[in-house]
Design a protein around this ligand. Sequence first.
Ligand SMILES: Nc1ncnc2c1ncn2[C@@H]1O[C@H](COP(=O)(O)OP(=O)(O)OP(=O)(O)O)[C@@H](O)[C@H]1O
Ligand SMILES: [Mg+2]
Length: 352
Amino acid sequence: MGDDILDALLAAIPLPSLAIDSTERIIAANTEALTLIGQQAKGRNYVTILRQPALLDAIEATLTDRTPRTTRYLSNDGAQDTTLRVSCRPVRDVGQDGAGAVLLSFEDVSHVEQAGQMRRDFVANVSHELRTPLTALMGFIETLRGPARDDAAASTRFLNIMQDEAERMNRLVGDLMSLNRVEGDERVRPTQSVVLNDVLESTLRTLRPLASEAGVTFDIQMPDTPVHMIGDSDQLKQVFTNLTENAIKYGGTGGRITVKMTTSPREAALRAPGARVQVIDYGPGIDPVHLPRLTERFYRADDHRSRALGGTGLGLAIVKHIINRHRGRLRVESELGEGATFTVILPVQENV
Ligand SMILES: Nc1ncnc2c1ncn2[C@@H]1O[C@H](COP(=O)(O)OP(=O)(O)OP(=O)(O)O)[C@@H](O)[C@H]1O
Ligand SMILES: [Mg+2]
Protein backbone atom coordinates (compact mmCIF):
# COMPACT_ATOMS: atom_id res chain seq x y z
CA MET A 1 0.00 0.00 0.00
CA GLY A 2 1.43 3.39 -1.01
CA ASP A 3 1.64 6.36 1.30
CA ASP A 4 -0.91 8.29 -0.75
CA ILE A 5 -3.48 5.53 -0.23
CA LEU A 6 -2.69 5.79 3.45
CA ASP A 7 -3.29 9.56 3.24
CA ALA A 8 -6.63 8.99 1.52
CA LEU A 9 -7.68 6.49 4.18
CA LEU A 10 -6.67 8.81 7.02
CA ALA A 11 -8.57 11.68 5.39
CA ALA A 12 -11.74 9.65 5.87
CA ILE A 13 -11.22 9.42 9.63
CA PRO A 14 -12.80 12.26 11.61
CA LEU A 15 -10.26 11.98 14.48
CA PRO A 16 -6.74 13.40 14.14
CA SER A 17 -4.81 10.42 12.76
CA LEU A 18 -1.32 9.80 11.42
CA ALA A 19 1.07 7.03 10.52
CA ILE A 20 4.74 6.60 11.44
CA ASP A 21 6.92 4.02 9.72
CA SER A 22 10.04 2.10 10.74
CA THR A 23 12.28 5.01 9.65
CA GLU A 24 10.58 7.01 12.43
CA ARG A 25 9.03 9.46 9.98
CA ILE A 26 5.46 10.67 9.87
CA ILE A 27 4.49 9.26 6.50
CA ALA A 28 0.83 10.25 6.44
CA ALA A 29 -1.46 12.52 8.43
CA ASN A 30 -4.96 13.89 7.99
CA THR A 31 -5.75 17.62 8.30
CA GLU A 32 -7.13 17.14 11.83
CA ALA A 33 -3.76 15.70 12.87
CA LEU A 34 -1.82 18.53 11.20
CA THR A 35 -3.97 21.07 13.06
CA LEU A 36 -3.10 19.31 16.28
CA ILE A 37 0.63 18.74 15.84
CA GLY A 38 1.64 21.39 13.30
CA GLN A 39 1.31 21.83 9.54
CA GLN A 40 4.99 20.98 8.91
CA ALA A 41 4.82 17.56 10.55
CA LYS A 42 4.66 15.35 7.47
CA GLY A 43 7.95 13.72 6.52
CA ARG A 44 9.56 14.75 9.81
CA ASN A 45 10.89 12.49 12.55
CA TYR A 46 8.09 11.91 15.05
CA VAL A 47 10.38 12.48 18.04
CA THR A 48 10.89 16.13 17.06
CA ILE A 49 7.15 16.66 16.58
CA LEU A 50 5.38 14.78 19.36
CA ARG A 51 7.87 15.33 22.15
CA GLN A 52 5.87 13.91 25.06
CA PRO A 53 7.74 11.00 26.68
CA ALA A 54 4.68 8.80 27.34
CA LEU A 55 3.61 9.01 23.72
CA LEU A 56 7.15 8.56 22.36
CA ASP A 57 7.59 5.44 24.48
CA ALA A 58 4.30 4.01 23.27
CA ILE A 59 5.14 4.61 19.60
CA GLU A 60 8.59 3.12 19.95
CA ALA A 61 7.23 0.07 21.73
CA THR A 62 4.50 -0.51 19.16
CA LEU A 63 6.98 -0.13 16.30
CA THR A 64 9.11 -2.78 17.97
CA ASP A 65 6.66 -5.35 19.32
CA ARG A 66 3.70 -4.63 17.00
CA THR A 67 1.19 -4.73 19.82
CA PRO A 68 -1.55 -2.10 20.09
CA ARG A 69 -1.53 0.23 23.11
CA THR A 70 -3.11 3.45 24.26
CA THR A 71 -1.62 6.47 25.95
CA ARG A 72 -2.30 10.12 26.61
CA TYR A 73 -1.30 13.33 24.91
CA LEU A 74 -1.76 16.77 26.44
CA SER A 75 -2.47 19.65 24.16
CA ASN A 76 -4.07 23.07 24.13
CA ASP A 77 -6.83 24.12 21.78
CA GLY A 78 -6.02 27.80 22.13
CA ALA A 79 -8.60 28.37 24.85
CA GLN A 80 -7.77 25.62 27.31
CA ASP A 81 -5.67 22.55 27.99
CA THR A 82 -7.01 19.38 26.46
CA THR A 83 -6.35 15.72 27.14
CA LEU A 84 -6.32 13.31 24.22
CA ARG A 85 -6.42 9.56 24.35
CA VAL A 86 -4.04 8.21 21.74
CA SER A 87 -4.44 4.78 20.30
CA CYS A 88 -1.33 3.24 18.68
CA ARG A 89 -2.03 0.36 16.29
CA PRO A 90 0.52 -1.58 14.24
CA VAL A 91 -0.14 -1.80 10.49
CA ARG A 92 1.68 -4.37 8.40
CA ASP A 93 3.13 -4.07 4.91
CA VAL A 94 3.21 -0.27 4.68
CA GLY A 95 5.94 2.34 4.95
CA GLN A 96 9.57 2.05 3.94
CA ASP A 97 10.21 -1.40 2.35
CA GLY A 98 6.82 -2.52 3.59
CA ALA A 99 8.35 -2.89 7.02
CA GLY A 100 5.15 -1.78 8.74
CA ALA A 101 4.02 1.33 10.54
CA VAL A 102 2.17 2.56 13.58
CA LEU A 103 -1.16 4.23 13.11
CA LEU A 104 -2.05 6.85 15.74
CA SER A 105 -5.48 8.32 16.36
CA PHE A 106 -6.18 11.04 18.91
CA GLU A 107 -9.48 11.32 20.71
CA ASP A 108 -10.26 14.40 22.81
CA VAL A 109 -11.36 13.11 26.21
CA SER A 110 -11.16 16.45 28.07
CA HIS A 111 -14.91 16.52 28.73
CA VAL A 112 -14.76 13.06 30.29
CA GLU A 113 -11.90 14.15 32.53
CA GLN A 114 -13.73 17.35 33.44
CA ALA A 115 -16.92 15.48 34.28
CA GLY A 116 -14.93 13.13 36.48
CA GLN A 117 -13.24 16.04 38.21
CA MET A 118 -16.57 17.79 38.74
CA ARG A 119 -18.07 14.67 40.24
CA ARG A 120 -15.16 14.32 42.63
CA ASP A 121 -15.38 17.99 43.63
CA PHE A 122 -19.09 17.65 44.14
CA VAL A 123 -18.80 14.62 46.39
CA ALA A 124 -16.03 16.33 48.35
CA ASN A 125 -18.18 19.44 48.79
CA VAL A 126 -21.29 17.56 49.85
CA SER A 127 -19.33 15.49 52.34
CA HIS A 128 -17.73 18.60 53.77
CA GLU A 129 -21.04 20.43 54.03
CA LEU A 130 -22.72 17.51 55.79
CA ARG A 131 -19.82 16.82 58.05
CA THR A 132 -19.81 20.26 59.66
CA PRO A 133 -23.31 20.05 61.20
CA LEU A 134 -22.85 16.36 61.87
CA THR A 135 -19.68 16.98 63.86
CA ALA A 136 -21.51 19.63 65.89
CA LEU A 137 -24.40 17.24 66.57
CA MET A 138 -22.07 14.47 67.71
CA GLY A 139 -20.23 16.87 69.98
CA PHE A 140 -23.41 18.02 71.65
CA ILE A 141 -24.75 14.51 72.09
CA GLU A 142 -21.55 13.62 73.88
CA THR A 143 -21.81 16.72 76.09
CA LEU A 144 -25.43 15.99 76.92
CA ARG A 145 -24.59 12.46 77.99
CA GLY A 146 -21.55 13.55 79.97
CA PRO A 147 -20.75 16.90 81.58
CA ALA A 148 -24.15 18.51 80.94
CA ARG A 149 -26.23 15.53 81.99
CA ASP A 150 -27.85 17.20 84.98
CA ASP A 151 -27.74 20.76 83.74
CA ALA A 152 -31.26 21.56 82.53
CA ALA A 153 -30.44 25.05 81.28
CA ALA A 154 -27.45 23.87 79.26
CA SER A 155 -29.46 20.95 77.86
CA THR A 156 -32.12 23.30 76.54
CA ARG A 157 -29.52 25.52 74.95
CA PHE A 158 -27.69 22.60 73.36
CA LEU A 159 -30.90 21.08 72.07
CA ASN A 160 -31.72 24.36 70.36
CA ILE A 161 -28.35 24.42 68.65
CA MET A 162 -28.77 20.76 67.70
CA GLN A 163 -32.11 21.55 66.16
CA ASP A 164 -30.52 24.36 64.09
CA GLU A 165 -27.79 22.03 62.88
CA ALA A 166 -30.23 19.27 62.03
CA GLU A 167 -32.36 21.78 60.14
CA ARG A 168 -29.32 22.90 58.21
CA MET A 169 -28.62 19.32 57.18
CA ASN A 170 -32.23 18.90 56.22
CA ARG A 171 -32.11 22.05 54.09
CA LEU A 172 -28.93 20.89 52.42
CA VAL A 173 -30.42 17.52 51.53
CA GLY A 174 -33.59 19.23 50.30
CA ASP A 175 -31.56 21.63 48.13
CA LEU A 176 -29.47 18.77 46.75
CA MET A 177 -32.58 16.86 45.77
CA SER A 178 -34.06 19.92 44.19
CA LEU A 179 -30.85 20.59 42.27
CA ASN A 180 -30.81 17.01 41.11
CA ARG A 181 -34.36 17.31 39.87
CA VAL A 182 -33.84 20.54 37.98
CA GLU A 183 -30.63 19.26 36.43
CA GLY A 184 -32.45 16.11 35.39
CA ASP A 185 -35.15 17.89 33.44
CA GLU A 186 -33.10 20.80 32.16
CA ARG A 187 -33.44 19.47 28.62
CA VAL A 188 -37.17 18.88 28.84
CA ARG A 189 -39.04 21.96 27.63
CA PRO A 190 -41.73 23.16 30.05
CA THR A 191 -45.30 22.96 28.74
CA GLN A 192 -47.55 24.78 31.22
CA SER A 193 -49.12 28.06 30.33
CA VAL A 194 -48.12 30.46 33.08
CA VAL A 195 -49.07 34.02 34.00
CA LEU A 196 -45.86 35.52 35.31
CA ASN A 197 -47.58 38.25 37.35
CA ASP A 198 -49.45 35.58 39.33
CA VAL A 199 -46.31 33.54 40.01
CA LEU A 200 -44.48 36.62 41.25
CA GLU A 201 -47.37 37.79 43.41
CA SER A 202 -47.85 34.42 45.03
CA THR A 203 -44.10 34.18 45.72
CA LEU A 204 -44.02 37.54 47.43
CA ARG A 205 -47.15 36.73 49.43
CA THR A 206 -45.43 33.63 50.80
CA LEU A 207 -42.28 35.57 51.67
CA ARG A 208 -43.99 38.54 53.31
CA PRO A 209 -43.74 37.12 56.87
CA LEU A 210 -40.02 36.44 56.43
CA ALA A 211 -39.57 39.98 55.11
CA SER A 212 -41.43 41.70 57.92
CA GLU A 213 -39.53 39.63 60.46
CA ALA A 214 -36.35 41.08 58.94
CA GLY A 215 -37.84 44.58 58.88
CA VAL A 216 -37.99 44.65 55.08
CA THR A 217 -40.78 46.04 52.91
CA PHE A 218 -41.44 45.06 49.29
CA ASP A 219 -41.74 47.68 46.62
CA ILE A 220 -43.49 45.88 43.78
CA GLN A 221 -43.71 47.24 40.24
CA MET A 222 -45.56 45.11 37.74
CA PRO A 223 -47.41 45.59 34.44
CA ASP A 224 -51.21 45.74 34.80
CA THR A 225 -51.75 43.32 31.95
CA PRO A 226 -51.02 39.62 32.47
CA VAL A 227 -47.70 38.41 31.06
CA HIS A 228 -48.09 34.94 29.57
CA MET A 229 -45.33 32.43 29.02
CA ILE A 230 -44.78 28.73 28.64
CA GLY A 231 -43.08 27.58 31.79
CA ASP A 232 -43.13 25.51 34.94
CA SER A 233 -44.85 27.60 37.59
CA ASP A 234 -43.41 25.71 40.59
CA GLN A 235 -39.89 26.11 39.24
CA LEU A 236 -40.38 29.78 38.39
CA LYS A 237 -41.69 30.31 41.87
CA GLN A 238 -38.55 28.69 43.21
CA VAL A 239 -36.41 31.10 41.17
CA PHE A 240 -38.16 34.18 42.56
CA THR A 241 -38.22 32.68 46.05
CA ASN A 242 -34.48 32.02 46.07
CA LEU A 243 -33.64 35.48 44.75
CA THR A 244 -35.99 37.28 47.13
CA GLU A 245 -34.87 35.17 50.09
CA ASN A 246 -31.27 36.10 49.30
CA ALA A 247 -32.24 39.77 49.04
CA ILE A 248 -33.87 39.56 52.48
CA LYS A 249 -31.07 37.49 54.03
CA TYR A 250 -28.08 39.35 52.63
CA GLY A 251 -29.53 42.74 51.63
CA GLY A 252 -32.24 43.12 54.27
CA THR A 253 -30.33 45.84 56.09
CA GLY A 254 -31.36 48.13 53.24
CA GLY A 255 -34.88 47.99 54.68
CA ARG A 256 -36.59 47.59 51.32
CA ILE A 257 -36.50 45.32 48.29
CA THR A 258 -37.70 46.32 44.86
CA VAL A 259 -39.26 43.63 42.70
CA LYS A 260 -39.85 44.95 39.25
CA MET A 261 -41.22 43.32 36.12
CA THR A 262 -41.07 44.87 32.68
CA THR A 263 -41.74 43.40 29.25
CA SER A 264 -40.42 44.08 25.81
CA PRO A 265 -41.65 42.87 22.40
CA ARG A 266 -38.00 42.60 21.36
CA GLU A 267 -35.83 41.62 24.29
CA ALA A 268 -32.25 42.10 23.11
CA ALA A 269 -30.81 39.30 25.26
CA LEU A 270 -33.23 36.77 23.72
CA ARG A 271 -33.92 38.32 20.31
CA ALA A 272 -37.55 37.57 21.08
CA PRO A 273 -40.37 38.94 23.23
CA GLY A 274 -39.28 38.81 26.84
CA ALA A 275 -39.95 39.79 30.42
CA ARG A 276 -37.38 41.05 32.89
CA VAL A 277 -37.92 40.39 36.55
CA GLN A 278 -35.51 42.30 38.76
CA VAL A 279 -34.96 41.68 42.43
CA ILE A 280 -33.11 44.70 43.79
CA ASP A 281 -31.82 45.14 47.32
CA TYR A 282 -30.05 48.05 48.98
CA GLY A 283 -27.83 46.06 51.31
CA PRO A 284 -24.04 45.60 51.45
CA GLY A 285 -23.83 44.22 47.89
CA ILE A 286 -21.36 41.68 46.52
CA ASP A 287 -17.74 42.28 45.59
CA PRO A 288 -17.69 42.08 41.76
CA VAL A 289 -14.83 39.53 41.90
CA HIS A 290 -17.39 36.97 43.11
CA LEU A 291 -19.98 37.60 40.42
CA PRO A 292 -18.71 35.20 37.72
CA ARG A 293 -18.77 32.26 40.14
CA LEU A 294 -21.89 33.09 42.12
CA THR A 295 -24.08 30.46 40.47
CA GLU A 296 -21.62 27.62 41.10
CA ARG A 297 -22.76 25.01 43.57
CA PHE A 298 -21.64 25.72 47.12
CA TYR A 299 -20.13 29.06 46.16
CA ARG A 300 -20.63 31.71 48.82
CA ALA A 301 -19.47 35.27 48.38
CA ASP A 302 -19.22 35.97 52.08
CA ASP A 303 -18.62 32.51 53.38
CA HIS A 304 -18.82 33.27 57.05
CA ARG A 305 -21.89 35.44 56.92
CA SER A 306 -23.70 33.11 54.52
CA ARG A 307 -23.06 30.08 56.72
CA ALA A 308 -24.16 31.98 59.80
CA LEU A 309 -27.42 32.69 57.99
CA GLY A 310 -27.84 28.99 57.25
CA GLY A 311 -26.97 29.22 53.54
CA THR A 312 -25.94 26.07 51.69
CA GLY A 313 -24.71 27.90 48.57
CA LEU A 314 -27.02 25.93 46.28
CA GLY A 315 -29.82 28.48 45.83
CA LEU A 316 -28.36 30.29 42.83
CA ALA A 317 -27.18 27.05 41.20
CA ILE A 318 -30.80 25.91 41.25
CA VAL A 319 -31.93 29.30 39.89
CA LYS A 320 -29.45 29.06 37.04
CA HIS A 321 -30.60 25.59 35.98
CA ILE A 322 -34.27 26.52 36.04
CA ILE A 323 -33.63 29.64 33.98
CA ASN A 324 -31.62 27.59 31.47
CA ARG A 325 -34.49 25.17 31.17
CA HIS A 326 -36.75 28.11 30.33
CA ARG A 327 -34.20 29.39 27.79
CA GLY A 328 -33.80 32.56 29.80
CA ARG A 329 -30.86 34.53 31.15
CA LEU A 330 -29.66 35.56 34.58
CA ARG A 331 -27.71 38.77 35.13
CA VAL A 332 -26.21 39.94 38.38
CA GLU A 333 -24.96 43.44 39.02
CA SER A 334 -23.50 44.64 42.26
CA GLU A 335 -20.88 46.84 43.87
CA LEU A 336 -19.79 46.69 47.49
CA GLY A 337 -22.01 48.99 49.51
CA GLU A 338 -24.35 49.52 46.58
CA GLY A 339 -26.84 46.67 46.98
CA ALA A 340 -27.40 43.98 44.39
CA THR A 341 -29.61 43.57 41.34
CA PHE A 342 -30.54 40.11 40.08
CA THR A 343 -32.25 40.20 36.70
CA VAL A 344 -34.10 37.22 35.26
CA ILE A 345 -34.88 37.49 31.56
CA LEU A 346 -37.52 35.06 30.31
CA PRO A 347 -39.07 34.47 26.91
CA VAL A 348 -42.79 35.32 26.91
CA GLN A 349 -45.63 34.87 24.47
CA GLU A 350 -46.19 37.79 22.18
CA ASN A 351 -49.41 39.82 22.07
CA VAL A 352 -51.15 38.05 24.90
N1 LIG B 1 -28.65 39.89 47.43
C1 LIG B 1 -27.44 39.51 47.82
N2 LIG B 1 -26.60 40.36 48.47
C2 LIG B 1 -25.36 39.96 48.87
N3 LIG B 1 -24.86 38.72 48.68
C3 LIG B 1 -25.64 37.82 48.05
C4 LIG B 1 -26.95 38.16 47.59
N4 LIG B 1 -27.48 37.07 46.97
C5 LIG B 1 -26.55 36.11 47.06
N5 LIG B 1 -25.44 36.54 47.71
C6 LIG B 1 -24.20 35.77 47.95
O1 LIG B 1 -24.19 34.70 47.03
C7 LIG B 1 -23.98 33.46 47.70
C8 LIG B 1 -24.69 32.35 46.97
O2 LIG B 1 -26.09 32.46 47.11
P1 LIG B 1 -26.99 31.16 47.09
O3 LIG B 1 -28.42 31.56 47.16
O4 LIG B 1 -26.55 30.32 45.93
O5 LIG B 1 -26.54 30.38 48.39
P2 LIG B 1 -26.93 30.60 49.90
O6 LIG B 1 -27.95 31.70 50.03
O7 LIG B 1 -25.65 30.72 50.64
O8 LIG B 1 -27.57 29.21 50.29
P3 LIG B 1 -29.05 28.66 49.95
O9 LIG B 1 -29.73 29.66 49.05
O10 LIG B 1 -28.79 27.36 49.28
O11 LIG B 1 -29.68 28.51 51.28
C9 LIG B 1 -24.49 33.70 49.10
O12 LIG B 1 -23.85 32.84 50.00
C10 LIG B 1 -24.13 35.16 49.33
O13 LIG B 1 -22.80 35.24 49.79
MG1 LIG C 1 -29.74 31.59 48.85
